[in-house]
Design a protein around this ligand. Structure first.
Ligand SMILES: Cc1cc2nc3c(=O)[nH]c(=O)nc-3n(C[C@H](O)[C@H](O)[C@H](O)COP(=O)(O)OP(=O)(O)OC[C@H]3O[C@@H](n4cnc5c(N)ncnc54)[C@H](O)[C@@H]3O)c2cc1C
Ligand SMILES: *[C@@H]1O[C@H](CO)[C@@H](O)[C@H](O)[C@H]1NC(C)=O
Ligand SMILES: *[C@@H]1O[C@H](CO)[C@@H](O)[C@H](O)[C@H]1NC(C)=O
Ligand SMILES: *[C@@H]1O[C@H](CO)[C@@H](O)[C@H](O)[C@H]1NC(C)=O
Ligand SMILES: *[C@@H]1O[C@H](CO)[C@@H](O)[C@H](O)[C@H]1NC(C)=O
Length: 505
């Protein structure tokens, strides 16, 4: 392996070894990035990680998707909002490229990683402060949801965040946030009452309903186009007890399973908090598909009523209902920890469809056929996911006097049908991602022709080639751009940061 030699600031010498061994990539550092790293190092040496140190190597791979193993010029790990502001001022002044990482779950290169740039990792901004009087919680952007749920649990409180509790608070709530009780309380973004933001020139502002209200609205569904959020103030709800259901089916149950899924979203009126993770996993070794629903309902009755149409399906392998607490349920659902030695390449991608069980079953069958073309890829794990977007989820933002950037109407329920595909080796990246894209786009074109599709995409489920922001209603896109021109007139988050989803020029 060859490593490009670079000039380094004298305050730390570098021995070129480990990251390159692990990552098999060359490290290039531009003058602008080198200057910015040096400036950060002068004032905050203890917060800067340089290549070829053990901490740098560990941080580089602390992301969900193995494809995102990119080598930044340096890593900055601030612990206060003032330090984030200093960093932004330095990037702005030096024209230095950078990336920002919250929980690191957005699965594609550049979203939370960067080559030749500064990677800002927010894990040190990890404060959590519960306000039991106002039923609010203040959360630093370095937190994952499990920490928030843990802090709230002793008070019988719960926040409407990630279902897999290891995902980051920052990315999920800025992109939208699909949660268990979306049907009743809305998307996670709808539960944020205030943001502390560092703008592109390092200025710190608060955005809430009264102050910087256009920025407040714009942050609900727009990722990193306005600033780095250093604090979220999030609504909490008194939800001490819930009932979970875990149901795993035989392949023969697929049509009934898809029908039950459409029933669930079509019959939704938002009166009882209930939601689910709804997947069909395919095992390429055995050639079998396994439908499974992990549901949660705001009730102490078991079995939970909203999942009755799944509970009635006879071809079941495992069926467990449990009256429990939200935190106990989440603790059992933590995704594999990022330090698990075997990480996989992961690609997401999805489209939006009306809940039509017949058509979704055809799509499932087409997916099973299509898997033949990639089944030999080492480590191949294809998953078909159905994410529910009930009418009542959109009603929340229609009625709260704030709204959000999605602009969903509350007349038509939808399903985000998603492919989540994992594989072992970066060598197969192009093959798998092109396969997934071809499948999604050809089926979506057919769905459009059938009058079943709409364009709205959700950032948390999107592929790198998709851009949710450009699927929001035209007037929302204009309002987002207008707000960007006001709060980021120098286009810092447009021309110095390219990962995540961008409004563009
Ligand atoms: C296994 C798995 C399960 C998931 N489950 C769910 C789920 O249940 N519900 C759901 O809605 N989504 C889910 N997602 C999608 C998830 O919401 C997104 O991946 C989201 O980006 C995760 O947030 P993060 O902070 O971990 O991500 P990151 O990748 O760190 O951040 C996402 C984007 O936001 C930007 N960003 C990060 N922090 C800040 C900040 N403080 N200020 C401004 N911009 C910032 C980053 O630059 C990046 O572009 C899941 C993803 C995975 C991989
Ligand atoms: C179950 O299915 C029936 C028939 O399709 C439907 O009327 C009912 O609303 C569904 N119930 C739930 C909880 O999804
Ligand atoms: C697929 O099935 C085989 C045989 O039962 C099992 O060993 C393997 O772990 C399964 N793969 C996945 C990804 O679950
Ligand atoms: C059911 O919930 C209890 C209490 O939260 C928990 O201790 C137990 O492990 C759960 N059982 C199952 C099968 O999930
Ligand atoms: C930073 O940008 C904001 C938004 O455009 C502006 O209000 C503020 O005055 C700028 N601050 C400095 C120091 O330039």
């Amino acid at each position: 392996m060859r490593v490009t030699s670079i000039l380094w600031p004298i305050w730390l010498t570098v021995s070129l070894t480990k990251a390159q061994d692990i990552l098999a990539r060359e490290l290039h550092v531009s003058d602008a990035v080198e200057a910015a790293c040096a400036e950060l190092g002068e004032s905050h040496a203890d917060l800067v990680l340089l290549p070829n140190t053990a901490e740098y190597d560990k941080e580089v791979i602390n992301v969900w998707d193995k494809r995102s193993n990119l080598l930044p010029g340096c890593i900055f790990r601030p612990e206060t909002d003032t330090q984030v502001a200093t960093a932004l001022r330095i990037f702005h002044a030096n024209n230095a490229q950078f990336a920002v990482r919250g929980g690191g779950h957005l699965p594609y290169p550049g979203a939370n990683s960067i080559s030749d740039g500064i990677l800002v990792v927010l894990s040190g901004l990890n404060k959590i402060k519960v306000d039991t009087k106002k039923n609010l919680v203040e959360v630093g952007p370095g937190n994952r949801w499990l920490s928030v749920y843990s802090a709230l649990a002793p008070h019988g409180l719960y926040a409407i965040g990630g279902r897999l509790s290891t995902i980051g608070v920052a990315g999920s709530s800025l992109l939208g946030g699909v949660n268990w009780f979306l049907n009743k309380y809305g998307f996670t973004m709808d539960t944020i009452v205030s943001y502390d933001v560092v703008l592109g020139n390092g200025t710190q502002v608060v955005a809430d309903k009264r102050t910087n209200s256009e920025l407040f609205w714009a942050l609900k569904g727009s990722a990193l186009n306005y600033g780095v959020v250093t604090k979220f103030v999030i609504k909490t709800y008194k939800i001490p007890r819930v009932t979970s259901t875990m149901q795993i089916f035989q392949q023969a149950a697929v049509p009934a399973f898809i029908k039950a899924t459409c029933d669930l979203v079509l019959s939704e009126d938002g009166s009882v908090g209930a939601g689910a993770v709804i997947n069909i996993n395919y095992n390429v070794t055995t050639g079998t598909a396994t439908p499974q629903v992990f549901g949660l309902q705001e009730t102490t009755k078991s079995p939970p009523s909203r999942f009755a149409n799944y509970t009635a399906i006879p071809q079941v392998v495992t069926r467990v209902h449990n009256v429990t607490t939200p935190i106990d349920r989440h603790a059992g659902l933590a995704a594999p920890k990022p330090d698990v030695p075997v990480r996989l390449c992961v690609s997401f991608g999805h489209h939006t469809i009306k809940p039509d069980a017949k058509r979704l079953t055809e799509i499932y069958n087409a997916w099973i056929d299509a898997i033949n073309d990639v089944a030999d890829v080492p480590g191949m794990r294809p998953t078909f996911i159905l994410n529910l977007v009930p009418r009542s989820a959109a009603t929340v933002s229609k009625k709260n006097g704030i709204g959000n950037t999605f602009g969903l109407d509350n007349k038509q329920p939808y399903i985000w049908w998603q492919l989540s595909t994992s594989w072992a080796r970066p060598e197969d990246d192009l093959r798998v991602t092109t396969w997934s894209q071809s499948f999604l786009e050809s089926i979506h074109a057919e769905n459009k022709a059938l009058g079943l599709a709409t364009e709205l995409l959700y950032g948390g489920d999107a592929a790198d080639y998709q851009n949710p922001l450009l699927t929001y209603p035209k007037e929302n896109q204009e309002r987002l751009r207008h707000t960007r021109d006001q709060y980021d007139p120098d286009f810092v988050f447009t021309r110095l940061n390219w990962g995540g989803f961008k409004l563009g020029y």
